[in-house]
Design a binder for this molecule. Structure first.
Ligand code: NDP
Ligand code: KAL
Length: 257
C-alpha cells in the first residue's frame, strides 16, 4: 500500500480549473496514492479537467457529468461510478452556487427563487450525493464538504450563501449521526478566502483578503494546497475519530474578536 490513501477510491466533485479548491484536494489525494473519480457540470469544466489531469500525470478511474441540483443526474452519475469502482471510500463535495444578484446589497431583499437556488445547489446537494455515495461505501468512508465563516457570522455580501452554508454545516452534523453507524464520517473544512472562479467578480473579495492579512494570527491568507492537505487528513485514517466537525483552515482568523 502506497501513501495515506493507497487502495482508496475517492470521488471529487467541483473542479472547474487549476484554481479550484477541489483541484488542490485532488493533487493531495493523488500524492498519497488515492484512485480518483471526478464529476463536473459544465463541458468547459470537463475540458479543463482533462487538460489538468494530463499535465499532472493523473489517470482518473472515471470522469462523469453530474449536476448537483438535479436528483436524476446525481443518481445516474453514482450508478456509473458504482459500476466502475465497486467500493467508494471518500467523497469530496466542493460545490456552491447562488445568483450574483443575491450576493450584494441587503439579505432582506432575497427572493424565494434565489434563496432556493442557493440552498439546493449548495446545501441540499450534499444530502443528495451523500445518499447515493453511501450505497457504495460498504467498507466505511469519509465525506468532506467546503464551507466558509459566513455560515457562522454575518459577512458583508455573502448574504444568501451564508444562510446556505449554515444549512450545509447543520447537514454535516445530521448526516454524521445518520451515517456514523455504517462507519461513514462527515466533516467540513471552513476555508479562508481563495481567489477562484466562483470568487471572481463578487464584490468585497479583495477587502476581505486584506483584512485577513492584518488580523489573522498567521498574518497571511491560505491557499488551495493547504485546504487540500486538511481535506486529505479528514479523508484519511488519521482522522478516524473525527466526525460532524467544522475544521477551520483560515490562518486562525475565526478565533479573533
Ligand atoms: P470554483 O469556481 O473553482 O468551483 C465551484 C464549483 O462548483 C465548480 O466546479 C462548478 O462546476 C461547481 N458547481 C456549481 N454548481 C453546480 C451544480 N449545480 N452541479 C455541479 N457542480 C456545480 O470555486 P471554489 O473552488 O472556490 O469553490 C468550491 C467550494 O469552496 C464551494 O463550496 C465554495 O463555497 C467553497 N469555498 C470557497 C472559498 C473561496 O474563497 N474560494 C472559501 C470557502 C469556501 P461548473 O463550473 O462545471 O458548473
Ligand atoms: C464574502 C465573500 C465575498 C463574495 C460574496 C459571495 C460569494 C459567494 C460564492 C458563490 C459560490 C459565488 C457564485 O455562485 C458566483 C456565480 O453567481 C457566478 N459564477 C459562476 O457561475 C462561475 C463561472 C462558476 C464556476 O461558479 C460557480 N459557483 O459555479 C466571500 C469570499 C470572501 C469567499 C468565497 C468566495 C466563498 C465561497 O463560498 O466561495
Amino acid at each position: 500500500m502506497n501513501g495515506l490513501m493507497g487502495n482508496k477510491t475517492v470521488v471529487v466533485m467541483g473542479v472547474a480549473n487549476e484554481r479550484s479548491i477541489a483541484w488542490g484536494i485532488a493533487k493531495a489525494l493523488h500524492r498519497e496514492g488515492a484512485k480518483l473519480i471526478f464529476t463536473y457540470r459544465k463541458e468547459r469544466s470537463a475540458q479543463k479537467l482533462r487538460q489538468l489531469l494530463e499535465q499532472a500525470g493523473i489517470e482518473p478511474l472515471l470522469c462523469v457529468s453530474c449536476d448537483a441540483s438535479d436528483d436524476a443526474s446525481i443518481e445516474a452519475a453514482f450508478n456509473e461510478i458504482g459500476a466502475r469502482a465497486g467500493v467508494l471510500h471518500g467523497l469530496v463535495h466542493s460545490i456552491a452556487f447562488a445568483d450574483k444578484e443575491n450576493l450584494k446589497g441587503e439579505y432582506v431583499e432575497t427572493g424565494r427563487d434565489g434563496y432556493l437556488l442557493a440552498q439546493q445547489s449548495s446545501a441540499y446537494s450534499l444530502v443528495a450525493v451523500a445518499r447515493e455515495a453511501r450505497k457504495w461505501m460498504t467498507e466505511g468512508g469519509s465525506i468532506v464538504t467546503q464551507s466558509y465563516i459566513g455560515a457562522e457570522r454575518v459577512v458583508k455580501n455573502y448574504n444568501v450563501m451564508g444562510v446556505a452554508k449554515a444549512a450545509l454545516e447543520a447537514s454535516v452534523r445530521y448526516l454524521a449521526e445518520d451515517l456514523g453507524k455504517y462507519g461513514i464520517r462527515v466533516n467540513t473544512v471552513s476555508a479562508g478566502p481563495i481567489r477562484t472562479l466562483a470568487a471572481k467578480g463578487v464584490s468585497g473579495f479583495n477587502d476581505i483578503m486584506s483584512a485577513i492579512e492584518e488580523k489573522a494570527p498567521l498574518r497571511r491568507n491560505i491557499d488551495q494546497d493547504e485546504v487540500g492537505d486538511a481535506t486529505l487528513f479528514l479523508l484519511s485514517h488519521l482522522s478516524r475519530g473525527v466526525t460532524g466537525e467544522v475544521l477551520h483552515v483560515d490562518a486562525g482568523y475565526h478565533i479573533m474578536g
